[in-house]
Ligand binder design. Structure first.
Ligand code: PLP
Length: 434
C-alpha cells in the first residue's frame, strides 16, 4: 500500500470522507487523493515523495508560487511577534490600502477569514441597506457554503451532482432566486416579478466554479443598470478572480475591455491571504459604513485580520507586480494552447475558455460551441476529463480533480515546469479520447 493510500484509509476513519473539503476526495475522477507534505515554486510533493507540477495552486492563492521566500519570511517574522491579539494591528490597514490602491471603487474594506464569510456578510449588508430580503444568484456560481448561497452552486456540488445541500431550511432557500448566467431575458423577468423585493444580485465577477465562464460582453454593465433601476445592490464576488485574473481582478479586466462597472460591493479571498485565511468585503463607503460598530449590520470575527495571515497576503500582493501577471498570462497562453493542440491531435472535442489569466478546458462534443451557462457546463464529458486527469497525474502533473474547475498557474511556473506539462499532454489527450 502506498503512503497516500494508507493516509487516506486512516483519514477516512476519523474525517468524513477523509477530507476537509469535498472536492479533495477525488470523487468525480476516482482513485486515491494525494496527500501533500510540501510545496515549493510550481511543485507539490506527496507523501510518497513524488513531486507534481501543480495546476491547482491552492485553488488560487499561490499566485507567486508555493512557499515564496519573501512570503515565508513575512509570515515567520509576523508569527515571531505573536499569533493573534484580538485587537487591531497596523498591517490590517496596510492590506486594506493595498486593496483600495488596486480597486479604487473598494472605498472601504472589512477583513474576514474566508470567502464564505465575505459573501455572507455582503448579502447581509445588501439586505440591511435596502430593507429587502430576496437575493438573485446565478446557476453554477459558487459563493461559499452559507445556507442561502448553496442553490445550484457549481463546483463542489456540481462535482457531486447535487442540486443544493440538505440541511438548508426551505424558508431560507426561498429567499434565493436562481437565474441562468448570461441570460438577460431571465433576469428582466425575475425583476419584473419581484423587483420591489430584491436586495441584491450576486455574481462571480467571471464564472470560474463551473469551469471558466466569463460574462458575455456587456452583461456586467447590464447587471449594473438593471439593479440600479430597481434599487437593488450589485455584489461582485471576486474571491476567486480578485488579484488573480489580473492586477485589479476581473474588475480591472473588464475596465480594460471598456466596461467600467462599479458594483456596490465586492468580495475578495484566496490571493488576498496568499495561502493563509484572509478574505474581504469591500465597496462603497456609504454601504460599508452600515457595518457595526458604525451601523446596524453586525459582523465580527475572533481571527478577522489575523496578523500572520495578513502578513502573507500583504507580502503576496506586494510581489504581484505587472511582471508577475504578464508571466502568468504567458504561461496560461502556453498551457492552454498546448492542451488544445494535443486534444485536437487526439480527436477529442473540446473548448478552452478564458477570463484574464484564468482558463479551463471543457471536454466533449456537446460543448464545442462554447459554454455560456451552467446547463451547458453540465453537458461536458466528465469521464473523458477523469481519464485525462489521471494520465496527467501519472506523468507528474496535478490538475484540479474535477471538470468544473479552473486551471491555476503561478508566476513560478518556469520553462522546466511548463515543459513537463506540455510533454504530458499528448498521452493524456489520447487517454481522454479513448
Ligand atoms: N466565492 C467564490 C467565487 C469562490 O470561488 C469561493 C471558493 O472557492 C468562495 C466564494 C468561498 O471561499 P472560501 O472557500 O474561502 O470560503
Amino acid at each position: 500500500m502506498s503512503r497516500n493510500e494508507d493516509l487516506f484509509e486512516r483519514a477516512r476513519a476519523v474525517i468524513p470522507g477523509g477530507v476537509n473539503s469535498p472536492v479533495r476526495a477525488f470523487g468525480s475522477v476516482g482513485g486515491t487523493p494525494r496527500f501533500f507534505v510540501s510545496a515549493s515554486g510550481p511543485l507539490v510533493t506527496d507523501a510518497d515523495g513524488r513531486d507534481y507540477v501543480d495546476l491547482v495552486a491552492s485553488w488560487g492563492p499561490a499566485l507567486v508560487g508555493h512557499a515564496h521566500p519573501e512570503v515565508i519570511a513575512a509570515v515567520v517574522e509576523a508569527a515571531g511577534r505573536g499569533l493573534s491579539f484580538g485587537a487591531s494591528t497596523p498591517a490590517e490597514t496596510e492590506l486594506a490600502e493595498e486593496i483600495r490602491r488596486r480597486v479604487p471603487i473598494a472605498e472601504k474594506i472589512r477583513l474576514v477569514s474566508t470567502g464564505t464569510e465575505a459573501t455572507m456578510t455582503a448579502i447581509r449588508l445588501a439586505r440591511g441597506a435596502t430593507g429587502r430580503d430576496l437575493l438573485v444568484k446565478f446557476a453554477g456560481h459558487y459563493h461559499g457554503h452559507s445556507d442561502g448561497l448553496l442553490a445550484q452552486a457549481g463546483s463542489g456540488l456540481a462535482t457531486l451532482a447535487l442540486p443544493g445541500s440538505a440541511g438548508v431550511p426551505a424558508a431560507i432557500a426561498a429567499q434565493t432566486l436562481v437565474v441562468r448566467y448570461n441570460d438577460r431575458a431571465a433576469l428582466e423577468a425575475v425583476f419584473a416579478e419581484h423587483g420591489e423585493r430584491i436586495a441584491a444580485v450576486i455574481t462571480e465577477a467571471a464564472g470560474a466554479n463551473m469551469g471558466v465562464v466569463p460574462p458575455a460582453p456587456g452583461f456586467t454593465s447590464f447587471l449594473r443598470e438593471l439593479t440600479r433601476r430597481h434599487g437593488a445592490l450589485l455584489i461582485s464576488d471576486e474571491v476567486l478572480t480578485g488579484f488573480r485574473s489580473g492586477p485589479s481582478g476581473y474588475w480591472g479586466v473588464l475596465r480594460e475591455a471598456g466596461e467600467d462597472v462599479a458594483p456596490d460591493l465586492l468580495t475578495f479571498g484566496k490571493v488576498v491571504g496568499g495561502g493563509l485565511p484572509v478574505a474581504a468585503i469591500a465597496g462603497r463607503a456609504e454601504v460599508m459604513d452600515l457595518l457595526a460598530p458604525l451601523g446596524p449590520v453586525y459582523q465580527a470575527g475572533t481571527l478577522s485580520g489575523n496578523p500572520v495571515a495578513v502578513a502573507a497576503g500583504l507580502a503576496t500582493l506586494r510581489l504581484a507586480d505587472d511582471a508577475v501577471y504578464a508571466r502568468i498570462a504567458g504561461a496560461a497562453d502556453t498551457v492552454s494552447r498546448a492542451a488544445s493542440a494535443a486534444l485536437t491531435e487526439a480527436g477529442m472535442p473540446h473548448v478552452v475558455q478564458r477570463a484574464g489569466t484564468l482558463f479551463s478546458v471543457f471536454f466533449g462534443a456537446a460543448v464545442i460551441d462554447g459554454v455560456p451557462d451552467y446547463e451547458t457546463a453540465t453537458l461536458q464529458d466528465a469521464a473523458a476529463y477523469a481519464a485525462f486527469f489521471h494520465a496527467m497525474l501519472d506523468a507528474g502533473v496535478s490538475l484540479p480533480p474535477s471538470a468544473f474547475e479552473a486551471w491555476f498557474l503561478t508566476a513560478a511556473h518556469d520553462d522546466a515546469a511548463l515543459e513537463r506539462i506540455i510533454s504530458a499532454l499528448p498521452a493524456a489527450a489520447r487517454a481522454a479520447a479513448a
